[in-house]
Structure formats: structure tokens, C-alpha cells
Design a protein around this ligand. Structure first.
Ligand code: ZN
Ligand code: ZN
Length: 360
């Protein structure tokens, strides 16, 4: 039987040819670095956005403004300031080890250079909690990528543990209703409550609640000032402090269909992450985990992953109703989603073929 030219029977052959053509392009050219795609859109934190100019800078180089990047690394726990002078603009050995440590903590290839993947993450909106607030406790950390705060603080109460939470009446945003905020925060708490034997109940008494939630602007008196649109999105304190602060300068969204801003941040995603800190988890190096420190605008990331669950259960034990199998299924289905995406590259390979044929 005669097969049409683009029959799927020929597709493996065509794919191999296409890949060879892509691998060995007809034109020779200099190596082009992967483009910097700044996930922060217009109106983003300017200081972080300027870091794009440091692309592919490595040890020994001196570039004006690098001291700002060193301050960033200092802020998130990777670099100590020099004792006598301020940070300078030289990419020195100490800075290289800070970059490598950052790459390790965020699950990136350890190049020690400011490559595009590293800079993209540095410029991404993120949580204000330091990445190196983590305890390296051998009992829990072996082969795990979740982490805890120093001293492994947790809420110590007689089981069954119930934590109360309340919203500040003074520190609010006016474009979301109280009901909208309460609904998404309740869902965020319920995700953690489903995996550990801890209950969360809302109370109106902000002063005495275990967990106190509010939207704060700029310097708000806890030594961790917020920085305006994007940049740092929020932060929370380790047990048993209970403060959960969100940057009031963000465009918080409870539904991206009604909030069209390019810099909108999903409230539920950030609340779920910050509750992890409230319970005692530090940042994870697993990109899919809730406890990974960065979150792009207009992105929803609310499901606990195995890494999050194993981490929090090591502190509190498992909720008797929780089954790991349900989580394994959801992790597997997202892997399948990746495979499906890979399969979808076939049409683009055909397009490349057609273009090459037309050009010949
Ligand atoms: Zn965080
Ligand atoms: Zn704060």
C-alpha cells in the first residue's frame, strides 16, 4: 500500500533527520545563550530586573552593580558581608561559592556561573524567608530535599493539636472581599491538615490567635521590609511565632479569570507555602514542591507534593486518614503530563521539515 509522505509510519525516520538538521545547522554561528525570560512582567522589582545584565558572568569579572546582586545573595542567606568594607563589584571566589550554593538549594546544575537558568530564578518573585534558614539534621535530611529551620522548631501542644488563626483588621487589601480571602486561606490550611494530625480553626481574636495573617507594606517593623510589586511576595516565621505576612503591594488574585493583571499573584499558592513555614518547614530544592521558594506571576501551585508531605509528617506524624497512594497518583499524573508535552513536539518537527523542504 502506498503511504502518503507524511504517514506516521515514516515519522521516526523524519524525526531523526529533523533532529540531525537541528543538531547540525546548515549555518555556522556563535553559541547563543538561552534567552533570559524575565518571569516578572511590567512593574516588577527594578533592582532584580537589572540583574539580567549579569548573564554568563563568571569568576574574575568585575561588572558595575554586582554589589547589588551580592546584597541579594546576602539577604537570602548565601553570602556574609565583608567585615571592613561594603560589597564590591567583583565576581570573586566567595561569590562563586555562593552562586553554587544557590544552584544546589534550588535544584539547578552546579555551574558556579550566572547562567540563564540561574538568573531567571534569581529574578523570579519569591518568598522572603532565607533559603539557608534550614537545619542540616542528619536524622531527617538523608536523601531528602525538604528542610527545617535550625533547632527543628515545631508546635508543641497536647494532641490532638489545634491551631487557631485570625486575620488582621488593620492590615488588609481593599479589592478582595474578606470572604474571598478567608475561603482561599481556609483551603490552604486544609491541605496541610489533610496530611498531619493538626486542625486549624479560624478565630476573630487576632491578638491571641496562634497564626496571625495580614497584608503589610514596606518596612512593617519585623526587620523584614517588603519591596513593592513582585520581588518578595510574603514571609512567615518559624514555630511557634505564627506571624504570616503578605506584601500588600502585590496584586493578589483569588481567580485569574477576574484578575487580568500581568503581575497578579495567586493568594492561595502563597498562603499554602507560608503555612509550611508556620509549621516548621524551610525551603525545598524540589521545583514542584510547595516549599520551593519562587513563584511566577499568574501561576497557581497549591498541591502538596511528596517532598512537602514527607517533610511535615516527620515533624508531626501522619493524619490517620491520609493515604500516600493518592499523592503518588497525582505525582505520577503530572509526570504523564510532561510526557504528553514531549509527544506534542512532533508537529513542530514536521513544521521544521516542511520549512526546510520549501527553502530547498
Ligand atoms: Zn518560603
Ligand atoms: Zn513581616
Amino acid at each position: 500500500m502506498r503511504l502518503p509522505f507524511f504517514s506516521y509510519r515514516y515519522s521516526p525516520v523524519i524525526c531523526v533527520i529533523s533532529l540531525l538538521l537541528v543538531r547540525f545547522p546548515a549555518f555556522s554561528g556563535r553559541k547563543i545563550a538561552a534567552p533570559i525570560t524575565i518571569s516578572a512582567a511590567d512593574g516588577s522589582n527594578d533592582t532584580w530586573r537589572n540583574f539580567a545584565k549579569f548573564l554568563d558572568i563568571g569568576k574574575g569579572n568585575r561588572v558595575s552593580g554586582m554589589s547589588e546582586l551580592k546584597k541579594y545573595f546576602h539577604r537570602f542567606g548565601y553570602l556574609s558581608p565583608p567585615e571592613t568594607v561594603n560589597f564590591d563589584d567583583t565576581f570573586d571566589e566567595l561569590f562563586e561559592s555562593a552562586v553554587t550554593k544557590y544552584q544546589k538549594n534550588l535544584g539547578l546544575p552546579l555551574t558556579g556561573k550566572l547562567d540563564s537558568d540561574t538568573l531567571n530564578l534569581i529574578m523570579s518573585p519569591r518568598c522572603g524567608v532565607s533559603d539557608t534558614a534550614a537545619a542540616a539534621d542528619g536524622k531527617f535530611r538523608a536523601a531528602k530535599r525538604f528542610a527545617y529551620f535550625y533547632g527543628l522548631p515545631r508546635w508543641v501542644k497536647t494532641p490532638p493539636i489545634t491551631l487557631t488563626y485570625a486575620f488582621s483588621d488593620d492590615h488588609v487589601v481593599d479589592y478582595l472581599s474578606s470572604d474571598e480571602i478567608k475561603t482561599v486561606v481556609r483551603r490552604a490550611f486544609s491541605r496541610w491538615a489533610a496530611v498531619i494530625p493538626v486542625n486549624f480553626t479560624e478565630t476573630v481574636d487576632y491578638a491571641v490567635a496562634d497564626v496571625r495573617i495580614g497584608f503589610f507594606r514596606g518596612d512593617h517593623g519585623d526587620g523584614e521590609p517588603f519591596d513593592g510589586v513582585l520581588g518578595v511576595l510574603g514571609h512567615a516565621f518559624s514555630p511557634e511565632d505564627g506571624r504570616l505576612h503578605l506584601d500588600a503591594a502585590e496584586t493578589w488574585a483569588v481567580d485569574f479569570r477576574s484578575q487580568r493583571s500581568k503581575v497578579a499573584i495567586d493568594l492561595e499558592s502563597v498562603a499554602t507555602h507560608e503555612i509550611g513555614h508556620i509549621l516548621g518547614l524551610a525551603h525545598s530544592s524540589v521545583k514542584q514542591a510547595i516549599m520551593y521558594p519562587t513563584l511566577s506571576p499568574r501561576t497557581r501551585k497549591v498541591d502538596l507534593r511528596i517532598d512537602d508531605v514527607e517533610g511535615v509528617q516527620a515533624l508531626y506524624g501522619s493524619n490517620p486518614n491520609f493515604k500516600f497512594s493518592s499523592l503518588l497518583e497525582s505525582d505520577t499524573s503530572s509526570n504523564q503530563a510532561v510526557q504528553i508535552k514531549t509527544r506534542l513536539c512532533w508537529p513542530s518537527i514536521f513544521t521544521v521539515m516542511i520549512l526546510l523542504i520549501v527553502r530547498m
